[in-house]
Design a protein around this ligand. Structure first.
Ligand SMILES: CC(=O)N[C@H]1[C@@H](OP(=O)(O)OP(=O)(O)OC[C@H]2O[C@@H](n3ccc(=O)[nH]c3=O)[C@H](O)[C@@H]2O)O[C@H](CO)[C@@H](O)[C@@H]1O
Ligand SMILES: C=C(OP(=O)(O)O)C(=O)O
Length: 480
């Protein structure tokens, strides 16, 4: 099982460059499916597992792709399938973002249900409500969602019950080729929505109002491939800002856009962190003890839920009591249990966490329960006494480009240990201690052979097989 080991106690100093935004590039790559002519050239595409997954989804639909020097070239003139494979959708919920473009381009789309994940149930009802309003027929069954339309989709007025980022993007992508005008009310306002709208407009679409609560889309007949550069990742930037502040460091976060990070900057300044805008990013300095603050996550321009766990790490290192309220996802406090292994003093009551700050953190063996939880544990580990071993880092690989390299360039003592994998023809052999660990190492692999050595020797084979099936039903995994 791969892990990241951090030795706490180093002050971070220097420059760190932010990569292109995961949450912008995924919908933009999905939108390249809309280009009936020409090649799409997307620059600043971060080297992430999620990007690899969407690349495979596009490939399975018939697009041809190449990826070099953070630039992806996509030709989608000829699509050969309208079905996003289960193996890929199960790895990454954002695969569902191909539904809008497929419906618009091919009149049908079949995608397996993305299901829930560690941070909440994450329904897709608002996406489907939008497609239905535009005339699509939705069929659900056998773990699949199929959407079909006879002829073009029709422009419609759609009010979102929740300002969902994904639903706004999916509906926008479906509407650009629809007949007539689509209005999305209570639309999400995130910078990634604006980046997608800019890309669609460059392709020939007519999208107005992105970044506000009302987006109007005039359908056009055809879109073409164009060049686009993805915006910098505000969550990655925010994570390095927290890493700098927690270590009492002095770090320039190159590429960070102050406007995109306004709620994070405001809270960190309230705590006593000095943040200055430079020509190319943000300089973050912590020169005095920090004080606790209260934080409530909200859709943009509120405090981002994707920064909640990293902020909690900083609050543990600050003086006084802080209250964090999570309003976006119903189950995004899984990191609290891991923090407590590091001596963090946090009490959870429903959607609120009360943090007693200033208690020295200690190194421990912890597990990333989701992407941002992993980043938060690494931030906390930077000031913990001794070594912290973070497992579950396949989550971190979804959204952070070379986090160990970037942090060690700032002076952190951090290294990555890769799992021992013996690749056979097309299966990955997983060696790990314990059923949970073995299954967690096998997640994300299309086929895995979980070696007997991975599992408790006292458990005989039929029982081990049952245990693996219980933990993660996955028909292509075998126990040897
Ligand atoms: C790839 C990507 O961009 N991911 C981001 C996106 O996820 P994602 O687009 O999945 O998040 P949404 O904005 O859709 O979800 C926000 C809330 O709306 C609810 N909801 C959503 C859709 C729907 O049809 N019905 C419904 O009830 C969700 O359960 C959640 O409670 O925005 C989230 C909220 O900022 C971020 O944490 C994710 O990093
Ligand atoms: C929750 C996140 O991503 P996703 O929506 O892709 O799961 C995230 O980026 O923190």
């Amino acid at each position: 099982m791969s892990k990241i080991i951090v030795r706490g106690g180093q002050r971070l100093v220097g420059n760190v460059k932010v990569s292109g935004a995961k949450n912008a590039v995924l919908p933009i790559l999905a939108a390249t499916l809309l280009a009936q002519e020409g090649e799409s050239v997307i620059a600043d595409v971060p080297f992430l597992d999620d990007v690899n997954t969407i690349q495979q989804v596009l490939g399975a639909l018939g697009a041809s792709l190449s990826y070099e020097n953070e630039t992806m070239r996509i030709s989608a003139q000829q699509l050969s399938s309208y079905e996003a494979p289960y193996n890929l959708v199960r790895k990454m919920r954002a695969s569902f973002l191909v539904m809008g473009p497929l419906l618009a381009r091919m009149g049908c789309a079949r995608i397996s249900l993305p299901g829930g994940c560690a941070i909440g149930t994450r329904p897709i009802d608002q996406h489907l409500k939008g497609f239905e309003a535009m005339g699509a027929e939705i069929m659900l069954g056998h773990g699949f969602i199929e959407a079909r339309t006879s002829g073009r989709l029709k422009g419609a007025k759609i009010y979102l019950d929740v300002a969902s980022v994904g639903a706004t993007e999916n509906i926008m992508m479906a509407a650009v080729l629809a007949q007539g005008t689509t209005t999305i009310e209570n639309a999400a306002k995130e910078p990634e929505i604006v980046d997608l709208a800019n890309y669609l407009n460059a392709m020939g679409a007519v999208v107005r109002g992105a970044g506000t609560g009302v987006i109007r889309i005039e359908g056009v007949d055809k879109l073409v491939g164009v060049h686009h550069t993805v915006i910098p990742d505000r969550v990655e930037a925010g994570t390095y800002m927290i890493a700098a502040a927690i270590t009492g460091g002095d770090v320039h976060v190159e590429g960070a856009i102050a406007d995109h990070l306004a709620p994070v900057i405001s809270k960190m300044e309230e705590m006593g962190v000095e943040i200055t805008e430079t020509e190319t990013g943000l300089r973050v300095r912590a020169t005095k003890p920090l004080k606790g603050v209260d934080v409530k996550t909200l859709p943009y321009p509120g405090f981002p839920t994707d920064m909640q766990s990293q902020m909690m790490a900083l609050l543990m290192a600050s003086e006084g009591t802080s209250v964090v309220t999570e309003t976006v996802f119903e189950n995004r406090f899984m990191h609290v249990e891991e923090f407590s292994k590091m001596s963090g003093q946090i009490k959870v009551e429903g959607r609120t966490a009360i943090i007693s700050g200033g208690v020295p953190l200690v190194g421990a063996k912890v597990c990333a329960t989701d992407l941002r939880a992993g980043a938060a544990l690494i931030c906390a580990a930077l000031i913990a006494d001794g070594d912290t071993e973070v497992t579950g880092i396949h989550h971190v690989d979804r959204g952070y480009v070379d986090i160990t390299g970037k942090l060690s360039s700032l002076g952190a003592i951090i290294e990555r240990h890769e799992a021992v994998e013996q690749a056979s023809s097309d299966k990955v052999h997983v060696l790990a201690t314990g059923v949970e660990a073995a299954v967690s190492a096998a997640v994300g692999q299309p086929e895995a052979v979980i070696a007997a050595a991975s599992l408790e020797p006292s458990i005989e084979k039929p029982k081990r097989e049952k245990e693996v099936a219980r933990l993660k039903p996955q028909p292509t995994w075998a126990v040897t």
